[in-house]
Design a binder for this molecule. Structure first.
Ligand SMILES: NC(=O)c1ccc[n+]([C@@H]2O[C@H](COP(=O)([O-])OP(=O)(O)OC[C@H]3O[C@@H](n4cnc5c(N)ncnc54)[C@H](OP(=O)(O)O)[C@@H]3O)[C@@H](O)[C@H]2O)c1
Length: 243
């Protein structure tokens, strides 16, 4: 997809990877709706800022009613409560599913007709390498990301007829505050260079989108995909931090 002249909507742009998506899309000549639950925190000069909570159906529908010229939807926003599936709090597990799976799905259902009216366009869902492995201490998040992978593959088949390109970005360890906090709580220290800069990830993602890829993987994402041919293996944060 040609990004110059495209109109993109990005979820969760007040921080982390979403902020970098909005900035880089503008740099490549796209119009950008930079959305967030708290729009007052969005700092992306040149973007149109919209309030959007992806787990609130009214908010999702309101965004789709305003951003009628969108031809690229980037589902980046996600909340991760952390915790494991067997011992973790069930409400926290549901919250993690709500944003990663149902929030992404709500956005796709609301924007599929918008994309169709604008010539098909594209959807990019931000998954995680743990979708293909898992990670002890955060198995609920990993399972939600696995579900989001299944969702991505299903939607790709369903929207092929309207010409919508559906892609997945599958990152490993990205240097955002959320990851650093999670690692600090787990007592993990990262070796210099173990984390990918979010700006580099976003450039990789948008290059992949422009090249028409359906799965865009960083190094850890590619390693995780390779494990699918063998027995399931858990991702080790400690090993990745030292690699
Ligand atoms: N960082 C990594 O290492 C890594 C690795 C693999 C995949 N990922 C994925 O990359 C994406 C971004 O991660 P990140 O590290 O940039 O996360 P982050 O810094 O924690 O940012 C998450 C963003 O999502 C927003 N958000 C959460 N729930 C929302 C909701 N219901 N409606 C709208 N916005 C919501 C947050 O807004 P608030 O500020 O309002 O909470 C924030 O803007 C996520 O899908 C994550 O799973 C990250």
């Amino acid at each position: 997809m040609e990004l110059h002249g495209a109109t993109a909507l990005v979820t969760g742009t007040n921080r982390g990877i979403g902020h970098h998506f909005a900035v880089e899309l503008l740099r490549r000549g796209a119009k950008v709706y930079a959305t967030a639950r708290r729009p007052e925190l969005v700092d992306v000069p040149g973007a149109e800022v919209l309030r959007l909570d992806i787990t609130d159906q009214e908010s999702v529908e309101a965004a789709a009613a305003v951003a009628t010229d969108v031809d690229l939807l980037i589902n980046n926003a996600a909340f991760t409560a952390g915790g494991n599936l067997v011992t973790g709090d069930l409400d926290a597990i549901r919250l993690t599913m709500d944003s990663n799976y149902y929030g992404t799905l709500a956005m796709i259902r609301a924007f599929a007709p918008v994309l169709a009216r604008n010539g098909g366009g594209a959807i990019l869902n931000v998954l995680s390498a743990v979708a293909w492995t898992t990670v002890d201490g955060n198995t609920a998040y990993a399972a939600a990301k696995s579900a989001q992978w299944g969702l991505t593959n299903g939607v790709r088949v369903e929207l092929a007829g309207q010409g919508t390109h559906v892609a997945a970005l599958v990152p490993g360890l990205i240097a955002t505050e959320t990851l650093r906090d999670f690692a600090a709580n787990a007592g993990v220290e990262f070796r210099e260079g173990a984390l990918l800069d979010p700006a580099d990830l976003v450039r990789l993602a948008l290059d992949g989108l422009e090249a028409g890829e359906i799965e865009i993987l960083d190094r850890i994402g590619a390693d995780a995909k390779a494990t699918l041919t063998g027995p399931p293996r858990a991702f080790s944060l400690e090993a990745a931090a030292a690699a």
